[in-house]
Design a binder for this molecule. Structure first.
Ligand code: MLT
Length: 412
């Protein structure tokens, strides 16, 4: 039997298991069946150290595996100690997806990764809710609370925060990649008098993260369906970066529903050939190293030098909370997005504000000015001291500029 060690710290469910000779094939490699049983054992160990082995049976429920995918990266041999880490990459009402990674402790080599999709069923085989303790023990984000609702659109359950009176004019906030609606927290709090609607796009934050089905068109279709469900006909549309790409698509398809537009730290041009290759490389990185690898790679470029520790922590948390299928899906969606430059001159008559952080390295101020020049009547505001994420880095200044723009619409 493999041995187990205690994890380094309680909130990271890591389990060490030793490879035994009887788990290896004639060539001495850990064989495939044993791989599967080690992944299985690591999962049960994690439950044993957390909510208890009986966490499901206490609820009269059982996790039934619906799909398994294992990627083998390197061979393991008798005596190797493998460290299994696990994360819930999707936590729905009755189903959950767990991603497990096995690394050799001696040299930190990635040995294998596995993804398991479970449905929690009762004795009759009917789907029942996943026990809350399972999510809690694995640091899953709570389902939803407070002003956050769940709305199912196009077969996917989205988390959406809605604040303000139902009869007030609406503002729809669309977050960037690989972030979530909480990047707008300060603006949602500040812009009273408006109905503030901030969804997590599919695959991000607390929204469902299906394995497939991501495109800029799908994100836009989700948002249009969300507005239908909320009974909102017309919005002021605010999109940051990838949220801007989605805003362009909404404008192409639902121009009549957009009362005014705020484009923040975004661009209209599609990816270059090199940019497309970088998307595929980032997707491979996310599959191998999870959201943390993406956070490590992006954080420095996203925020201005000298960003506050709070901004850094908040941004890192958002990125690390992004489910891997959502990250991979968003990268493909951005890679394949259409050129929105031809749309810009057609926006004549639509009140438009272009906002950009003074030190935005990803979509710099000069590019923002050029984009604004292509939109008849658009104005540009540069936010001092901010990089690519002014709503987080310079929250007050961003809220003030948005408020001024929104007030201007009331007097039109
Ligand atoms: C974002 O902030 O949404 C991304 O940086 C956009 C992109 O990578 O093109």
């Amino acid at each position: 039997m493999p041995t187990t060690d205690t994890p380094d710290h309680a909130d990271v469910p890591e389990i060490d298991l030793t490879v035994y000779p009887d788990e290896c094939d004639a060539f001495g490699h850990l064989n495939q069946a044993s791989f599967l049983s080690l992944f299985e054992r690591a999962r049960w160990e994690m439950l044993a150290r957390g909510p208890g082995m009986d966490v499901f049976s206490r609820m009269g429920a059982w996790p039934a595996v619906r799909r398994t995918a294992i990627d083998y990266h390197a061979a393991a041999f008798p005596g190797d100690v493998l460290r299994f880490s696990q994360a819930l990459v999707h936590h729905g009402r009755t189903s959950f997806t767990m991603r497990q990674t096995a690394r050799r402790v001696r040299d930190d080599a990635l040995i294998a990764t596995a993804e398991f999709v479970f449905v929690t069923i009762n004795r009759e085989g009917r789907p029942v809710p996943v026990p809350e303790e399972v999510g809690r023990s694995m640091n899953a984000r709570p389902l939803v609370a407070g002003d956050v609702q769940r709305v199912t659109v196009n077969g996917v359950s989205l988390a959406v925060e809605v604040q303000g009176p139902a009869d007030a004019p609406a503002v729809l906030f669309v977050h960037g990649y690989p972030l979530n609606r909480t990047m707008w927290a300060d603006q949602l709090a500040a812009l009273d008098g408006w109905r503030r609607i901030a969804p997590d796009l599919r695959g991000m934050g607390q929204s469902d993260a299906p394995d497939l089905g991501y495109s800029i068109t799908t994100y836009a279709a989700d948002l249009a369906a969300l507005l239908d469900t909320l009974g909102v006909e017309e919005v002021v549309l605010v999109g940051l970066s990838m949220g801007g790409y989605v805003a362009f698509e909404l404008l192409r398809r639902h121009r009549g529903r957009v009362r005014a537009l705020v484009l923040m730290d975004t661009r209209a041009e599609p990816d270059s050939a090199e940019g497309k290759r970088a998307r595929d490389a980032a997707a491979a990185q996310a599959r191998e190293g999870g959201a943390k690898a993406i956070a490590d790679q992006m954080l420095g470029r996203m925020l201005a030098d000298g960003a506050s520790p709070e901004a850094l922590t908040r941004t890192r948390r958002m990125i690390e909370a992004a489910p891997v299928p959502g990250i991979v899906g968003a990268l493909a969606a951005m890679r394949d997005r259409p050129d929105s430059a031809p749309l810009l001159p057609t926006l004549e008559g639509l009140p438009t504000l272009v906002v950009v952080g003074e030190h935005d390295a990803l979509t710099p101020p000069d590019a923002a000015r050029r984009m604004a020049e292509a939109i008849p009547g658009a104005r540009v505001e540069v936010i001092p001291g901010a990089g690519h994420l002014p709503p987080v880095e310079q929250a007050e200044a961003t809220s003030r500029i948005l408020r001024e723009f929104l007030n201007g619409l009331r007097t039109e």
